[in-house]
Design a protein around this ligand. Structure first.
Ligand SMILES: [Zn+2]
Length: 187
């Protein structure tokens, strides 16, 4: 009897809050230390916008499970102007069967050229692109906020806002209010 209760308590994670959408992603070891830091920042912003709802654990990629990967320039799964994409091999979820899961690919070479040409900050653009693709991984379509599609997957503000969460809540059910958008913290 006690043994059974101990096992059940262990499974339930006694005393721990329940995360409705835990995500585990491997991270391509070829990303630079700064890019690893920016990926962690992108994950933190999703978690902060939906506390208790979203938890994104990043770990070194060992070839198993979904991952965040540096996209080769010539990969044919995205348009030639895309700065990143999320592969659609996940599980269909939600009222309109969006695809969740899949690998996230970031075109770092294109991002560098985009940031230079538009006189923008690479670190900010990398983080926004990562946040945008994390949103696709969570099952979100192009809507507003960081999931705004134009221009080419780069939203104006580096934050997850209420409109992003409204879509997530339409799928999962929640009532969180996203925090005010802040500048990115430096790596
Ligand atoms: Zn997109």
């Amino acid at each position: 009897m006690w043994k059974m209760l101990a096992i059940l308590a262990g499974i339930a994670g006694c005393g721990q809050s329940f995360v409705e959408f835990p995500v585990e992603l491997g991270v391509d070891p070829s990303f630079t230390a700064e890019e690893h830091c920016l990926l962690a920042e992108a994950a933190r912003r999703w978690e902060e916008a939906g506390p208790g709802l979203i938890e994104i654990n990043l770990r070194p990629w060992d070839g198993e499970g979904a991952a965040v990967l540096r996209a080769p320039e010539g990969v044919d799964k995205a348009s030639s102007s895309a700065l990143g994409f999320c592969s659609a091999d996940g599980i269909p979820i939600g009222p309109d069967a969006r695809l969740a899961g899949g690998d996230i690919w970031l075109f770092t070479g294109r991002l560098e050229r985009f940031s230079a040409r538009e006189s923008r900050d690479y670190a900010t653009d990398f983080t926004i692109a990562a946040m945008h693709e994390l949103g696709h991984h969570l099952g979100l379509p192009h809507t507003h906020g960081v999931m705004r599609g134009a221009p080419r997957g780069i939203a104006e503000a580096p934050c997850v806002n209420q409109s992003d969460l409204t879509w997530l809540c339409a799928i999962y059910g929640c009532s969180y209010v996203a925090p005010v958008c802040e500048p990115l913290t430096a790596c």
